[in-house]
Design a binder for this molecule. Structure first.
Ligand SMILES: Nc1ncnc2c1ncn2[C@@H]1O[C@H](COP(=O)(O)OP(=O)(O)OP(=O)(O)O)[C@@H](O)[C@H]1O
Ligand SMILES: Nc1ncnc2c1ncn2[C@@H]1O[C@H](COP(=O)(O)OP(=O)(O)OP(=O)(O)O)[C@@H](O)[C@H]1O
Ligand SMILES: [Mg+2]
Ligand SMILES: [Mg+2]
Lengths: 268, 268
């Protein structure tokens, strides 16, 4: 069984890529076989790990979306011990248009992950800041949606639409889809704003426990990921936080989050 | 003559909305007639100013993009003294698909602004985190592109693609398009990362001075906008920073930026 996770939020710059890379790296460091699928035309997750898909010419996620039956082994690159990645390239931006009228346009990534069934225990899919076709493919292919967010007002505003999208996909192509919860990123615990937003989040999730909705068992993950400049520096070296600054708060927080994530999975 | 500005950056969460609202408000406070066009399906600029387009039922930017000859006066709402806004609604997300095969799909907003010619001295267009059809409309309709950014590595990476897009639009539908420059947002001057990124930016712009490119006179605007929690709090009250916390660093910085922006325009 595979814990496949769409790391998504249409709000920009909330920590989707930073969380995909460092949570996946943390899980891999715990010895679990892990795959990252970079579904963002910006290809930042690929860049973060030092993988240049355009340089090596091997298939990318773009090729696999256009032809899910195409060559797949070359697309999966080893990035670290226990950590592989199917990288993105900027061409991926065209995929939304090219697939707009294509058959099974929402189920392309599902097919790709089916072909890799059994190879990885954890799959994390980095999504672009939108609820378009790429994100819908991620939601269609995953067991759960994980929403990084910043405890700011504008990010909270977007959650309603985010949940509604998950509900629609859950009623349509992917009935098993759940929202596992929210990861607080760039967190400044000492601000009133952060405390108010977190309180709102907890109240919202508590209120949903008895309802038949995809977020009925959603939670605010702990620990929050504190704001830590080391997390912003590490991509420029093509390194995860554990390689770049293993003692930094960012490394502590993502390591703890990875342990929570694995422990929770083993208990299910 | 109108200073029309596409506030754009495909990187998410870099301060596009916060800059559109507070720079426009700063310019309006200096007595200049200013229009905000909210071109983001998230409608955060509209939310930030307390304008709920869905509640009042009047035309929105969505309606005008689908029919640029449609009713326009009701679409322009007074938001503050000297400051008007054409708001967005979530339906706008569908516009990219609905207009994908439409005639003149890149020139819709140009037509809308032509119909408002002479009414406003400054026009700021808030773009979504993408280089898709909405952002292309903004670039086609504007005299200049202004890119808010965070002095982080991943934001710097995206600039190349951003400039390339501006160059393409400049060669195609809008030969007068320039990049006026970059606004540094959420700036933490004391970090090495910020200093390195700013140094890279300055070097890049200096190196372009002699070339025939749309960014030959681009600059890093001063002052940078410091990280200030008040800027993140103000949208939750439907207020600009000047209304919410007039003495805060965020208000000082956006007031100074607005003065720079107006003074520069008067000198042109
Ligand atoms: N906890 C943190 N502390 C400091 N900086 C952070 C932290 N998390 C992320 N960053 C930085 O903030 C910026 C935004 O983060 P990131 O790119 O991961 O967000 P995103 O949601 O993937 O953005 P996009 O919507 O553009 O895909 C990046 O420059 C990143 O390096
Ligand atoms: N200087 C600042 N200090 C503190 N918080 C800020 C600052 N500028 C913006 N913010 C907050 O950071 C978040 C991202 O800013 P904003 O929404 O303006 O970015 P954006 O580029 O418009 O995002 P998107 O790509 O989603 O449209 C918001 O919650 C905003 O309130
Ligand atoms: Mg990202
Ligand atoms: Mg915005």
């Amino acid at each position: 069984l595979t814990r496949s996770v769409a790391v998504m939020n249409q709000k920009g710059g909330v920590g989707k890529t930073t969380t995909t890379v460092n949570l996946a790296a943390g899980v891999a460091r715990l010895g679990r076989s892990t795959l990252i699928v970079d579904l963002d035309p910006q290809a930042h997750a690929s860049l973060h790990l030092g993988v240049d898909a355009e340089a090596d010419g091997a298939p990318t996620i773009y090729d696999l979306l256009l032809d899910p039956e195409g060559p797949i082994d070359g697309a999966v690159r080893d990035a670290r011990p226990n950590l592989s990645i199917i990288p993105a390239v900027v061409d991926l931006a065209a995929a939304e248009t090219e697939l707009a009228d294509a058959p099974n346009r929402h189920g392309r990534l599902t097919r790709v992950l089916e072909r890799l069934a059994g190879r990885f225990e954890f799959v994390f899919i980095d999504c672009p800041p939108s609820l378009g076709l790429l994100t819908l493919n991620a939601l269609g292919a995953s067991r759960e949606a994980l929403a990084p967010m910043q405890a700011h007002f504008l990010a909270l505003q977007g959650l309603g639409k985010l949940f509604e999208t998950v509900r629609l996909v859950g009623r349509g192509v992917n009935p098993r889809l759940r929202i596992s919860g929210v990861v607080l990123c760039m967190h400044e615990e000492t601000t009133n704003l952060a405390r108010e937003v977190v309180a709102d989040l907890h109240a919202f999730f508590e209120g949903a426990r008895a309802e038949d909705v995809p977020w009925k068992s959603a939670r605010v993950y702990t620990p929050p990921i504190r704001r830590n400049i080391k997390l912003a520096e590490s991509p420029s070296f093509g390194k995860t936080i554990f390689e770049y600054a293993p003692g930094a708060p960012g490394a502590q927080d993502y390591a703890a989050l990875a342990e929570t994530f694995v422990r929770e999975w083993d208990a299910m």
